[in-house]
Design a protein around this ligand. Structure first.
Ligand code: GDP
Ligand code: IMO
Ligand code: MG
Length: 430
């Protein structure tokens, strides 16, 4: 039985939600293993739009187990709101269908405040975060002062944990000119939210390993994208978690052998939200057109996404780092009608050619993309459900991408709708 990990292979928003939703029909368990409600995953099912931040995209199917693993950072108030909103759309969520790891760190209001205060300081500090407290919460996790789901179950522990966090945060807040945290009010609101979260709390590592032994199919849903990975991304313009495939095991409590197939989600061009390097970024009409046709506005913050040509150098690199076995290429339809398409095949830095993105920021700043041109197509690929529906030029474009990134296309997506998807290789059967 194969277990599949879905990871974003660019800077996020590649269409992971749509692909996870589609694949979840074949899965029994769908698990988030990193990130938090900085993620915005969009599903369109029969015209109805679902936007998920913290919940795994499998929840809408019903009859599946959705899991929030220990590698995630969880805002309890946001989770309760998200569950209510998704229930409004007719989705059933119960402790039988949703499980939250007991050792998941909690994002508290002061994490968001700190995140936003830092971002507001000046342009040197700014990362362009989602302002949702993701970074500060992960800092507290490794700083051994975070409050975890299980701590909500005992008042004495909760007080101890809060005091531990406040020693650090009140000192930091003083330096930033923020008021000290109101300890009693914080404890009160934690006690109030506790039962709502604790009903889903469980030893996820145990449930996951039992599911595996029972031959259940597990689908791991990554958030963000590999170029936002805290180690391998465009540091410091990254998120604060590891987002690459190896994290699926650590972030749920399974061995690395639990992963059989890594599916990289790749947009047919490139986008990025927030600050940081972007070698193929376009500031011209083509960039404008990609943004308009692709409706490139952030799901979480509503910010305009930066757009550019497909960068094969970066995707080859991220596919290697995650051990991607096949990609799902999304938003091909957005390229309909372009006369000419460009693909970045290498970088020129100080007159030398590179086939990867070097780590040093000063070197990255000098990158000049080397492009290859390909003829576009005038026909519509929107809603195509088989290879036969694709124009020859579109097929050539896809084949060229496969060649350049050294990875085959397993799936192709041609619209936001669930069923406008072409399956080439079933990741669960490969
Ligand atoms: P995620 O964060 O990776 O789940 O991606 P987002 O949901 O943030 O952004 C992807 C956007 O593209 C969403 O609005 C999707 O509905 C949409 N989308 C996904 N696949 C396709 C596709 O093949 N074609 C088009 N036109 N839109 C798509
Ligand atoms: P999904 O799962 C795109 C970006 C932010 C910022 C950086 C750090 O929808 O693909 P953070 O709030 O995480 O500390 O912000 O990471 N970012 C995303 N960009 N898609 C996402 O998630 C993102 N999650 C975070 O814009 O540049
Ligand atoms: Mg998104």
């Amino acid at each position: 039985m194969a277990n599949v990990v879905v990871v974003g292979a660019q800077w996020g928003d590649e269409g992971k939600g749509k692909i996870v939703d589609w694949l979840s029909e074949r899965a029994d368990v769908i698990a988030r293993f990193q990130g938090g409600h900085n993620a915005g995953h969009t599903l369109v099912i029969g015209g109805e739009v679902f936007k998920l931040n913290a919940l795994p995209s499998g929840v809408v199917r019903g009859g599946k187990l959705s899991v929030i693993g220990n590698g995630v950072v969880l805002d309890p108030w946001h989770l309760v709101k998200e569950i209510a909103a998704i229930r409004e759309q007719g989705v059933e969520i119960t402790p039988e269908t949703l499980m939250v790891a007991e050792n998941t760190p909690l994002i508290l209001p002061f994490h968001g405040e700190l995140d936003r205060a830092r971002e507001a300081q000046n342009s040197v500090a700014r990362i362009g975060t989602t302002g949702r407290g993701i970074g500060p919460c992960y800092e507290d996790k490794v700083g051994r002062r975070v409050i975890r789901v299980a701590d909500l179950g005992d008042n004495d522990t909760l007080e101890l944990r809060v005091d531990r966090a406040l020693v650090h945060h009140n000192a930091l807040r003083a330096g930033l000119g923020l008021d000290p945290i109101n300890r009693d009010a914080l404890l009160e609101s934690l006690r109030a939210i506790a039962p709502e979260i604790l009903q889903y709390a469980a030893p996820v590592w145990k449930a996951m390993n039992e599911a595996r032994r029972a031959g259940k199919r597990i689908l791991f849903e990554g958030a963000q994208g590999s170029l936002l990975d805290a180690d391998f991304g465009t540091y410091p313009y990254v998120t604060s978690s590891n987002v690459i495939a190896g994290q699926a095991a650590t972030g749920t409590g399974m061995g690395p052998g639990a992963i059989d197939f890594v599916l990289g989600i790749v947009k047919a061009y490139t986008t990025r939200v927030g600050e940081g390097p972007f070698p193929t970024e376009l500031h011209d009409d083509d960039g404008q057109r990609l943004g308009e046709r692709g409706r490139e506005f952030g799901t979480v913050t509503g910010r305009k996404r930066r757009c550019g040509w497909f960068d094969a150098v970066l995707v080859r690199q991220t596919c290697a780092i995650s051990g991607v076995n096949g990609i799902a290429l999304t938003k091909l339809d957005v390229l309909d009608g372009f006369e000419t398409l460009r693909i970045c095949t290498g970088y020129e830095i100080d007159g030398e050619t590179y086939d990867y993105l070097p780590t040093a920021a000063a070197v990255q700043a000098k990158v000049r993309p080397v492009y290859e041109e390909m003829p576009g197509w005038q026909e519509s690929t929107a809603g195509a459900r088989s290879w036969a529906d694709l124009p020859a030029e579109a097929i050539k474009y896809v084949r060229r991408i496969e060649e350049l990134i050294q990875c085959p296309v397993a799936m192709l997506s041609t619209s936001p709708e669930r069923d406008d998807t072409i399956l080439v290789t079933d990741p669960f059967e490969d």
